[in-house]
Structure formats: C-alpha cells, structure tokens
Design a protein around this ligand. Structure first.
Ligand code: SF4
Ligand code: MG
Length: 289
C-alpha cells in the first residue's frame, strides 16, 4: 500500500500556537516522507530544545529530543550507528545557530549523509521573545528594547562556504515548495541544510507571513544554477544587500562529495549495527552495574 502523509500523524495534539509556521513546516516534512515512500521505522527525527523540539514528538517515526543545541551530534551518532536510516535533525535558529553553532560548523566539513531542517523564526519563541542570532537589525525584542545592533547570522552563506553539499531555504507559508526542497535534501547523499522561514505569530511581529510574502521569490524562477558556487554566494547575500526587498528561497547550492560514512573503512560496506562486538561487553556492563 502506498505511503501517505497521514501515516506520519501522531495521536498527540500539537501544542504549537494557532497559526504558527511549524504547522506548514511539519506538513511539508510529512509530504516529503510520503512522496519518497519512507516507512515509519526507516526514519529517525532528532530535535533540540525550543518550539521546534516538539518535531520529534509530532512525527510518527523514531524520535529523540536531545539537549539544547546538541541536535547535530546526536543525529550524526545515529547515522554512524545505522547508515540505513534516514536521519533528519530539526532545530531552531537559537538552538542551531546560537548555542549549537559549533556543531553546525564541523558537521558541514564532515559531510554526514543527513538532513538538517532549521525552524528559523528569527526569535527565541519558547522562552517568549528574545533576540536570536538571526533577528534582523533594529528589531525590538525583550532583550533588545532599543533594537538589535548585531549583524544577523547568515546561515546560507556560512553553509555554502563551510562545506555543506546541499544548501536550501524554504518558507513555511509555501509548504508545497518546501516539500520539494526537503525531498531533495533527503535524497541528496551528504549533509543538507534547509533553513526554513517559520513565522512565530506570537512573538515575532516583524517577520510575519505577509512580510515574507511581499519579499520572497523562488531562485528556480530566475534561472539560478545551484552548481554555480559564486552565484550561490551572491544570492545568499541578496536579502541583506537589498535591505530585505528581495529574499530568495529555493536551492542555492549543491555539490557531490564523499560522505564521512563512506570513507570509514569500518562501516563503508555494512552498518555498525550489523557488526558483532569485538570486545566483551558483558564485562564492561558488570563493572559499571
Ligand atoms: Fe510557534 Fe512562536 Fe508559538 Fe513557538 S511561540 S509555537 S514558534 S508561534
Ligand atoms: Mg527561534
């Protein structure tokens, strides 16, 4: 029987605020998994802390809610343990580009075959509205009552230059387009980042659905070539350079490079879970019991 989006529903009621961009985002994830014919047990969703952290609870797959900013090390460990699994890491802009940014930098160099979806609402939502690394200059929040004075973190630019092999940005207000980007990310062999504009309707009164709708355009409609790194870098800077009059979404950059896993002689032919332990684990268990 064909896999459908409903196969990834859970019974638990989703506790996100009505109208939150996370609803469009999770719809796109379910659609991507269904279109790719993924079985529930083939997928592991690892989340961090924040409103995005609920993702691993709200998808009927294997799941792991990790610590704040530690989504990527946990996701990469899952992948190393069983390379057959489809591993999706989900975090927020505070979680992934703030406290967890060092993991983001190093995971891109390593090129694990996993997908990273960042719920980028340009604010700390769960802790009720503090400026995050991606909050725009001048934005007034609880922690920046006179406006943000730090240059916003540009995840797309960092990812292209940092070695990510699939770099895309979507908008939760366009779930059909976002679904295609997520499908491409899951199918890509290597580390994929999909940074997702996810309006926080409760605490971010600047970057609303209307704000994005007036500004976003699709790279593919303008003939952008994702193999062209120089053009990708230029597009990554376009939002800031145009004072957010033009904000591109779509696939910025894609390249083929050997993954970390396939270069490890120990697991390149068979997943670690299939190996017989070479040490006597019973002894170790006894020692620590
Ligand atoms: Fe969504 Fe913001 Fe509510 Fe969190 S606080 S659930 S991000 S609208
Ligand atoms: Mg956030």
């Amino acid at each position: 029987m064909a896999v459908t989006m409903n196969d990834f529903n859970v019974k638990e009621k989703m506790q996100w605020c009505p109208g939150c961009g996370n609803f469009g985002l999770i719809t796109a994830v379910k659609g991507a998994l269904a279109d790719l014919g993924k079985k529930n047990e083939e997928v592991v969703v690892v989340s961090g802390i924040g409103c995005s952290g609920k993702s691993s609870h709200y998808l009927n797959t294997y799941g792991f809610e990790s610590l704040h900013g530690r989504t990527l090390p946990v996701a990469s460990a899952v992948k190393l343990a069983n390379t057959r699994l489809t591993v999706i890491a989900e975090g927020g802009d505070g979680d992934g580009y703030g406290i967890g940014v060092q993991h983001f930098v190093h995971i891109m160099r390593r090129n694990y075959d996993l997908t990273y979806l960042v719920h980028n609402n340009e604010i700390y939502g769960l802790t009720t509205g503090q400026a995050s690394p991606t909050s725009l200059l001048g934005m007034k929040t609880k922690t920046t009552p006179w406006g943000v004075i730090e240059t916003p973190f540009n995840p797309i630019l960092y990812a292209i230059n940092g070695g990510a092999t699939y770099v895309a940005r979507g908008f939760a207000g366009e779930p059909a387009h976002l679904k295609e980007l997520i499908k491409g990310a899951i199918e890509h062999k290597g580390f994929s980042l999909v940074d997702i504009f996810q309006p926080c309707v409760t605490f971010n009164k600047l970057n609303t659905y209307d704000w994005f709708r007036e500004r976003v355009y699709k790279l593919e409609d303008k003939g952008h070539d994702p193999k062209d790194k120089k053009a990708a870098v230029e597009k990554a800077e376009e939002d800031m350079k145009t004072d957010y009059k033009k904000v591109p979404i779509g696939l910025f950059y894609k390249e083929k490079r050997a993954t970390y896993e396939e270069q490890l002689p120990q697991i390149k032919d068979s997943p670690l879970v299939d190996h017989e332990p070479k040490v006597d684990l019973k002894k170790a268990y006894e020692e620590f019991m």
